[in-house]
Design a protein around this ligand. Structure first.
Ligand code: B12
Length: 213
């Protein structure tokens, strides 16, 4: 089995160089490297490192967005190959910014980090109603829901969504994680969420814990 040029792809992701990330990925596939080995052997650890650098404030939002774009460029090539090979993701997460809220930068970062962490991400966008979450869970068999809110006035929509999941009979099928600048652990507990993460890096560790539980 040919070896992947791990260092080059890792460097491209950490450096936010999407063109090199795509080129190295294509070359590795052409040489016969397993798509899953590229994800688990390189993209996941590289995005873990991006999360760590963000946590310790060596990276900020712009660097993170560039790394996420590089990771996505590689994933765009790998995703169809993984699907064709029937590779099971770590988990399936339906992510969205709650109804009434248009802030999606943080949600996009969390989604990118989760994808880099080996999750299948069903991105519902911003201003997402409870009904759309329920539909996505039912259709895609998601086992995780990630809710983002940036406005104090839209935070209560998280509670509405959790209640709607319960009323629709799907609450037991999924773990719900919440985040966004005004959200706290205390708030997450008060609305019956399963977890709270304060950053995109923390979201991956939290999602892994929740699906393993
Ligand atoms: C960019 C921005 C906008 C952009 C959004 C563009 C976009 N596509 O997202 C625009 C211009 C559209 C906008 C509009 C408004 N905004 Co605005 N906006 C901001 C701003 C400057 C940055 C937000 C941001 O992207 N931060 C960067 C990201 C990376 O951080 P983050 O979202 O917190 O995400 C991180 C974590 O929270 C976490 N996370 C996020 N989601 C999740 C989810 C999960 C599951 C997990 C685990 C973790 C997690 O991970 C992320 C990465 O680490 C903030 C101020 C600020 N400095 O924060 C105001 C701010 C959020 N906006 C505010 C307001 C009031 C508004 C408006 C009402 C303004 C108006 N009068 O029209 C409208 C509302 C529109 C609407 N209906 O949503 C207020 C909110 C006040 C409040 N407490 O409610 C803020 C705080 C500004 C202020 N100081 O007044 N806004």
């Amino acid at each position: 089995m040919p070896d992947l040029d791990n260092a080059k792809l890792r460097e491209a992701v950490l450096g936010g160089d999407w063109k090199t990330a795509a080129a190295v990925t294509k070359a590795a596939i052409a040489e016969g490297v397993e798509p899953l080995a590229i994800v688990t052997g390189c993209l996941v650890p590289a995005m873990d490192e991006v999360g760590r650098l963000f946590e310790c404030e060596e990276y900020f939002v712009p660097e993170m967005l560039l790394s996420a774009r590089a990771m996505k460029a590689s994933m765009d090539i790998l995703r169809p190959l993984l699907a064709a090979a029937g590779t099971e993701p770590v988990g399936r997460v339906a992510i969205g910014t709650v109804k009434g809220d248009l802030h999606d930068i943080g949600k996009n970062l969390v989604g990118a980090m989760l994808e880099g962490g080996g999750f299948e991400v069903i991105d519902l966008g911003a201003d997402v109603s409870a009904e759309r979450f329920i539909e996505a869970i039912t259709k895609s068999n998601a086992n995780l829901v990630a809710l983002s809110a940036l406005l104090t006035v839209t935070m209560p929509a998280m509670k509405t969504i959790i209640e709607a999941l319960r009323n629709a009979g799907v609450r037991e099928k999924v773990k719900v994680m919440v985040g966004g600048a005004p959200v706290t652990q205390q708030y997450a507990d008060s609305i019956g969420a399963d977890g709270y993460g304060e950053s995109a890096g923390a979201a991956v560790a939290l999602a892994r814990r929740l699906v393993a539980a």
